[in-house]
Write a protein that binds this ligand. Structure first.
Ligand SMILES: [Mg+2]
Length: 305
C-alpha cells in the first residue's frame, strides 16, 4: 500500500483527509512543518499533502526544503489551500508542487487527485528503475553503482560499519569472444551476472555491471571474512557453470576477483578504496586467475590456494 504523508496544523483537517483516504493508503500525520520535514526524510512516501498556512515554518518553506533534499525531492507534493490562499497557488506550483486542492475538501476531488499523482509517481519510479538496470544482464548498471556505492560509503562512515568493495571480471574474455563470437560472449556475461546475482540476498549489498565483462560488488556491514567467503562461493559457482573456454587458455570460463574491506572514517576516500580493490584484482590475475584476492587492515592479504 502506498504511503502518504499529511502535514497540516489543523487536526480537524487531517482527520477529515484520513477518513477519505485511509481505506486506500497508509497515512502518516504531522501537525508542524518541522515534524513533517523530519518524517518525510525518514520514511518512504509516494505523496505528501501539505498545508500552506501553518504557524512557524509554513508550507512554502517546507516545500523548498523538501525539493532541496536529495531523498525527498522527487516525492510529489499536493498543496492544501483555503479559498483565501488562492493567490498563493501559483507560488506553490512554481516552487515544485504538482497540484493543489482547495478547502473545504470535496472527498471525490481529493481521491481523484491523489490517485492520479500516486499513479504518475509509480510510473516515474518505474522509469527511474529501468534507467538503472543493465540491459544485457538485468543487474544494476554503472550509473546505479556510482550512486549506490557512494551512498553506502557515507552510510558506513556515519554508522561506523565495515565496508567492502570487490571488482571482478571474466578471465581471458577476449580469447572467449574471439573463439566463440560476440553473441556467445554476451550470453556468457549474462550467465555470469545471473549466477553471481543469485547469491546476493541483502538489500544493503549492491552488485552491478561495471562495463564489458567487468563487475563490481559492494557489501556494507559484513566483516572482511564474510565478504571474502561470499566472493569465493560466487567464483566457484561461475566455474561450476562449466561454460567451455577456448581450450588453449583454460577448460571452463572463470572469474578473478579483487576485494578490500575497510572501516571507513570521515575524510577517507572512496576512490582510494576502489583503487586498492583494483590492485587486488591485478594480483589475482598475476597469481594465476580463477581466484579471489582480498585485503583488509587486519589481514594483509587473503588469497585462494
Ligand atoms: Mg493551516
Amino acid at each position: 500500500m502506498d504511503r502518504i504523508l499529511v502535514i497540516d496544523d489543523s487536526p480537524v483537517q487531517t482527520e477529515f483527509l484520513c477518513s477519505i483516504l485511509q481505506n486506500d493508503y497508509e497515512l502518516t500525520v504531522c501537525h508542524t512543518a518541522a515534524e513533517g520535514l523530519k518524517t518525510a526524510k525518514e520514511g518512504e512516501f509516494s505523496l505528501i499533502l501539505l498545508d500552506v498556512v501553518m504557524p512557524g515554518m509554513d508550507g512554502f518553506q517546507l516545500l523548498q526544503e523538501l525539493k532541496a533534499t536529495e531523498i525527498t525531492q522527487y516525492v510529489p507534493v499536493i498543496l492544501l489551500t483555503s479559498l483565501a490562499d488562492v493567490q498563493y497557488e501559483e507560488r506553490g506550483l512554481l516552487l515544485g508542487a504538482v497540484d493543489y486542492v482547495t478547502k473545504p475538501f470535496k472527498p471525490v476531488i481529493i481521491k481523484a487527485r491523489v490517485n492520479t499523482h500516486i499513479q504518475l509517481y509509480r510510473y516515474q519510479a518505474q522509469f527511474k528503475e529501468q534507467a538503472m538496470v543493465d540491459g544485457l544482464t538485468g543487474v544494476a548498471n554503472r550509473r546505479r553503482y556510482e550512486e549506490g556505492s557512494r551512498a553506502r560509503w557515507r552510510e558506513a562512515i556515519r554508522f561506523d560499519l565495515p565496508f567492502s568493495v570487490c571488482i571482478f571480471d571474466i578471465d581471458k574474455f577476449k580469447a572467449y569472444n574471439d573463439t566463440f563470437g560476440h553473441p556467445a560472449g554476451d550470453q556468457a556475461i549474462a550467465a555470469v551476472a545471473k549466477t553471481v546475482a543469485s547469491h546476493f540476498k541483502r538489500s544493503t549489498d549492491l552488485f552491478a555491471r561495471y562495463g564489458g565483462e567487468e563487475f563490481v560488488a559492494v557489501f556494507m556491514g559484513s566483516v572482511a571474512e564474510t565478504a571474502y567467503e561470499f566472493m569465493k562461493t560466487a567464483r566457484q559457482a561461475v566455474e561450476d557453470l562449466h561454460i567451455p573456454q577456448n581450450p588453449q587458455v583454460g577448460r571452463w570460463l572463470t572469474i578473478s576477483a579483487g576485494g578490500v574491506t575497510m572501516l571507513p572514517k570521515e575524510g577517507d576516500n572512496y576512490d582510494a578504496c576502489l583503487k586498492l580493490a583494483d590492485t587486488m584484482l591485478y594480483d589475482a590475475k598475476r597469481y594465476g586467475r580463477n581466484m579471489v584476492v582480498w585485503s583488509s587492515p587486519a589481514v594483509e592479504q587473503w588469497r585462494e590456494r
